[in-house]
Design a protein around this ligand. Sequence first.
Ligand SMILES: Nc1nc2c(ncn2[C@@H]2O[C@H](COP(=O)(O)OP(=O)(O)OP(=O)(O)O)[C@@H](O)[C@H]2O)c(=O)[nH]1
Length: 470
Amino acid sequence: MAARMQHRFHRLLPLAGLFVLTLGLTLLGVLTRPIESLSLFWPVNAILLGLLLRQPHRATPAGWLTIYAGMLAVDLGSGNTWLPALWLNACNMGLLLTGWHLMMRRPVPQLRLETPQALLHLLIACAAGAAVAASLACLMNGARWFDGTLQTTWLAWFSEQFSTCLLILPALLTAPPFRRPGRHDFAHADVRPMLALLASLLAGLAIGGPGALAFPVPALLWCALAYRLFTLAVLTMLTGLAEIIVVAGDLVYYGVPHSSAGVGALMSARLGISMLVMGPLVVAITIALNRQLLARLEHRANHDTLTGALERSALTQQTSALMERRRQQRNSAPLALLMIDIDHFKAINDTHGHAMGDQVLREFANQLRQQLRQGELFGRLGGEEFVVVLPGATRTEALHIAERLRSLVERLEFPVTEGNSLHITVSIGVALTDQEDDIPLEQMLSRADVALYRAKAQGRNRVMAAEENL
Ligand SMILES: Nc1nc2c(ncn2[C@@H]2O[C@H](COP(=O)(O)OP(=O)(O)OP(=O)(O)O)[C@@H](O)[C@H]2O)c(=O)[nH]1
């Protein structure tokens, strides 16, 4: 009984959360809505659509009904009668369901706006959702708003819903998982593009006229080049919403008439503002895409495809950079280099086949990598020979780590057939440098190689230190 109650509680809790969120957002929309007219902007639908696209498991029939109930509760609570409340919120649901179904047909990268085409799909989904909402509004309510024509009513609904969704959704869809920002997040942030954006908005306010709406575009393009996609999406959202408020609130003369006959012009301004921000968003998406591709290419170029360890050239370059940094910082902490070679690896290939040899190399590398700390390097020199670089490790520590790795490998099991597995051992040569004895990398490698050779000569499965400096 208690278990069933608990199960029911766990099922109802997310729905209760959705209900409270809908209630809060709708209340906010209603409070900013002048009596007997449409809201300046109605962010409820865009925010709920963003939430459902990020968390599709909430979009169950019960979830949709909960949202509808939340919206109805606010409308009825604020004095609306049943029929208009049912109708009005059916329009909102029309937008949500249309937008959700069109967007959910897209693969995940499109949902996260990872390609420029994804932005076009978002535009189509917003337009279709807004069109459904506007059509339902006209169908149900006739032409009771504005100047009483069906066309103005439809366009007013459409422009408000379309522009709000297009401005808000990119920020919601690209938001990274929440984490507390660290000091480093802001340490190197370039504030100039943001200041330029602010200046362009102020210039728009000071100069006015219809062209002023486009003043922020160059600053937004600069922001697109300087910031992450999510940051840019937040900036385009804030810029767009600020401009809509300024135009609709008649705070500055933008050449947009505000009589009821001017609803069409206000609608045009809303649509224009939401489309102006598409350009900077496409630039930011393209840059993010290029960065990802470059990072992937760089990873491919620097890492061995079989084991994921650093390639010889990347290992040499990163170790040299590490040594150079130590030199510049006059860091007297030592740096240790372990050269690790699998014993009798040829026999594994010969006995179990090359594919099994590859499997052993892959698993061996995975296990070794897991033992290393951040800042330590792991590379493959070729064949079954690997290198570990340990910055700051003393002689005792380096020997201790090498011994730990040797004994770990000895205990590894590589399944060959059912109930049958093979074992391997490694020989390790250790070389160490410090400030007084700052030797080039190539010399470190050859010292470790000599030590490794001695380990092999003395029977393998052992750690030997280079004699010169240990
Ligand atoms: N499966 C597989 N084998 C490789 C790869 N790279 C090198 N080898 C094989 O690794 C073996 C290395 O053999 P040797 O250099 O004779 O060394 P060993 O048999 O480990 O003997 P010792 O090092 O003296 O203990 C050769 O047979 C290579 O063909 C690889 O990427 N995959």
